[in-house]
Design a protein around this ligand. Structure first.
Ligand SMILES: Cc1ncc(COP(=O)(O)O)c(C=O)c1O
Ligand SMILES: N[C@@H](CCCC[NH3+])C(=O)O
Length: 450
């Protein structure tokens, strides 16, 4: 591929300017200089537009943002402002949603192994419902009801509909062989419905299924919806959630269904299966992925004659685990020259201590790429920051929202002090010599006034 990066992979407000590509009216090169790298940049207008499109397709009150895709206070608030509910999958995600001011009745709690403290926190927050995943969880809810005064909990039952879909086996969830949900086969889900209906600790509100993530074929989402809807209709529950899972394009030329197509397909499938009620969905990736991109600084370019070229940047698997985990593919471009042809083939790698720390195995890059260039990987707004780690004690990147020519820091970059904040062992008696911390050294090298 020697063509320029496709605009289909860029955030909606991406424009060209004298200093290269701008998003939200702010040149990316300026963001790299101002906030440092690696940096996650989100187009706020794009995020809001995707939320609105989802609500337009499925109806107000019928869309929950799957916050696992990307969550921070600003993102939770944005999704809430745009009328989405929040799907949280742990006590931690619940805490962030509440911190952002999202009311409990706009939150649903998921998880295949919720502990008692998560259930109690959900009840205390007054969540809309808890998506119950197992009989053991029902035991826990009934115990808390009997011994800790837990009021009857609104619940939705997650079923495994026997339809598994998605971009990689690690992210397919709805098959019979799955850790998630009550199997529709062998009457397990029917028994769960019976038990919830007869339990003093639960108020059954509906049925839920999620077949998998990064699904590009809408027929697979429709198959999952059909199986779940048939069961929901037979059991006569009030609500039906058909999960998230809509895929996105990571490379040029991938066809991706729009929200409207997803809605039409799952609605038709559910109707044909006998379901007459509303449908709710939980998109994550399809809201945030393309709105976000990652900026890195190129640190080394190593040419191995007759083998390949390696381009190393200042992040890697600690800010984008997806290539290592799912062999996911990405593209890259230089913000200073977004329309430059990309004839150079190179392996784009991070700075971690393993050869599997690859961001793009065979990247197409401009021929004049050089050390200290700012480089961008688009479509990293989902499951990038969310799965970031401190491997090799790299501080996690900052996150910036851009809109109308303004950049807003929404998550600050971690510092080296942050890396030590959980260590309870006292520092060595002498401690690091004054003036040898990385911040001191960087400050010492900076020209006066910089
Ligand atoms: C229960 C549930 N709902 C929604 C989602 C969101 O999925 P996606 O980001 O693929 O839309 C997931 C993750 O796949 C999930 O497990
Ligand atoms: N982390 C996965 C998606 C998991 C979906 C959550 N159930 C990814 O990056 O593709």
């Amino acid at each position: 591929m020697s063509t320029a990066v496709s605009s289909d992979l860029l955030p909606l407000t991406a424009t060209d300017g004298p200093s290269g590509l701008a998003v939200g009216g702010v040149p990316l090169v300026e963001l790299g200089r101002r906030f440092g790298t690696p940096l996650f940049v989100y187009d706020e207008e794009h995020l809001r537009q995707r939320c609105r499109e989802a609500v337009a397709a499925f109806g107000p009150g019928n869309v929950a943002y799957a916050s696992k895709a990307f969550l921070c206070t600003a993102m939770a608030r944005l999704a809430h402002e745009e009328g989405l509910l929040l799907d949280v999958a742990s006590g931690g995600e619940l805490r962030v949603a509440r911190h952002a001011g999202v009311p409990g009745d706009r939150i649903v709690l998921h998880g295949n192994n919720k502990d008692e403290s998560e259930l109690l926190a959900a009840a205390a927050a007054g969540v809309r419902h808890v998506v119950v995943d197992s009989f053991d969880e029902m035991d826990r809810i009934e115990r808390l009801h009997a011994t800790a005064g837990l009021a009857p909990l609104p619940v939705v039952l997650r079923v495994a509909p026997g339809v598994a879909a998605g971009g990689h086996r690690a992210i397919r969830t709805g098959g019979t062989d799955s850790k998630f949900g009550f199997g529709l086969a062998a009457g397990i889900a029917a028994a769960a419905v019976e038990r919830a209906r007869n339990s003093p600790a639960m108020v059954l509100e509906g049925v839920h299924a999620h077949v998998g993530s990064q699904v590009l074929n809408p027929a697979e989402l429709a198959d999952g919806a059909a199986a779940t809807a048939r069961f929901a209709a037979e059991t006569g529950v009030r609500g039906l959630t058909v999960g998230g899972g809509l895929g996105v394009a990571y490379e040029a030329g991938q066809r991706v269904p729009e929200f409207a197509e997803w809605a039409a397909r799952v609605r038709a499938a559910a109707r044909d299966a006998g379901w007459r009620g509303e449908l709710t969905v939980e998109p994550g990736r399809s809201i945030t992925a393309r709105a976000g991109l990652t900026l890195y600084r190129v640190g080394t370019v190593k040419r191995i004659e007759g083998v390949r070229t390696y381009v190393s940047v200042d992040g890697g698997m600690s800010d984008n685990l997806r290539p290592a985990l799912y062999s996911s593919r990405y593209e890259a471009f230089l913000p200073r020259a977004p329309h430059a042809p990309r004839p150079l083939r190179a392996r784009l790698v991070g700075k971690h201590c393993e050869s599997g720390d690859v961001i793009i195995d065979d990247a197409a890059l401009p021929a004049d790429l050089r050390v200290s260039d700012l480089l961008a990987t688009p479509v990293t707004g989902a499951y990038g920051y969310a799965m970031a780690s401190n491997y090799n004690k790299l501080p996690r990147p900052a996150v910036v929202f851009v809109r109308d020519g303004e950049a807003r820091l929404v998550v600050r970059r971690e510092t080296e002090d942050d890396l030590l904040r959980l260590d309870v062992t006292e520092p060595a008696a002498a401690g690091p010599a004054a003036g040898t911390s990385r911040a001191d050294l960087v400050a010492a090298r900076r020209p006066a006034g910089a």
